[in-house]
Design a protein around this ligand. Structure first.
Ligand code: PGA
Length: 228
């Protein structure tokens, strides 16, 4: 079936993915579109709440999320890990220390994602479990902007490890080694349970499940150094 598609079928693939998936979905689409040049893709990158709205409105063929919504009838398949880590400026006083007590996060200047973000929900859930309250200096709707704010010295944050993929050895950020981290999460590819997928969407779903585990995520130098 997949072979039939090659070079023959034309059509549109509509995808909506959470903010962290932008670090790999476009790369995967690159090779997919080389295999199937007749397919045009529309990719929406946004947070969990907006994806939920798009699901309710039946806007897209496939969705990539970390928290598949319980109140929408979905078929979901997990495919890659998407852990959350504590990110700080390299010069942070806790940088390089091992196995930090989570209580050290109390009252830390913190940069938080916006309401509707799944990252934010996961952070707040962990903070609630451990009675942590941080000083939110700034709320931002973008992981990249949060990285800049950390570099600028506004505070620390908690981000998906995938957000650090593009950091260089000379980068300004580091990962702090706290207890209870990384927060373990996964990416799921979802579709509405009652919707029949187009051949094109079906083909992309197969491609994603097969190819994503093989993708080499250029390992962040920060994480590599931390592991030493
Ligand atoms: P968010 O999702 O953009 O809603 O925070 C990102 C993630 O869960 O990895």
């Amino acid at each position: 079936k997949v072979a039939d598609l090659k070079g023959t079928k034309q059509g549109q693939l509509n995808l909506a993915v959470i903010t962290t998936a932008k670090y790999f979905v476009p790369r995967l689409l690159g090779s997919f579109c080389q295999h199937y040049p007749g397919i045009d893709v529309a990719l929406k990158v946004t947070n969990h709440r907006e994806i939920q709205q798009r699901m309710s409105d039946n806007k897209d063929d496939l969705y990539v999320v970390s928290n598949p919504h319980k109140d929408i009838d979905l078929k979901s398949q997990a495919f890659l890990n998407n852990p959350l880590v504590v990110v700080a400026k390299k010069e942070h006083p806790l940088a390089g220390k091992k196995n930090l007590d989570i209580q050290e996060l109390n009252n830390c200047p913190f940069i938080m994602r916006e309401q509707g973000s799944g990252t934010r929900d996961a952070i707040l859930e962990l903070f609630e479990q451990h009675n942590i309250s941080v000083k939110v200096k700034l709320e931002l709707g973008s992981n990249e902007a949060i990285k800049q704010a950390i570099s600028g010295g506004l505070g620390i944050s908690i981000l998906s490890e995938h957000c650090l993929i593009s950091e260089r050895v000379s980068g300004e950020l580091t990962v702090l080694d706290f207890q209870h981290f990384p927060i373990k999460r996964r990416w799921f590819v979802c579709r509405l349970a009652g919707k029949k997928l187009s051949v094109i969407a079906e083909t992309f779903l197969e491609y994603l499940l097969e190819e994503s585990p093989k993708m080499s995520f250029p390992e962040s130098s920060i994480l590599a150094r931390l592991a030493k």
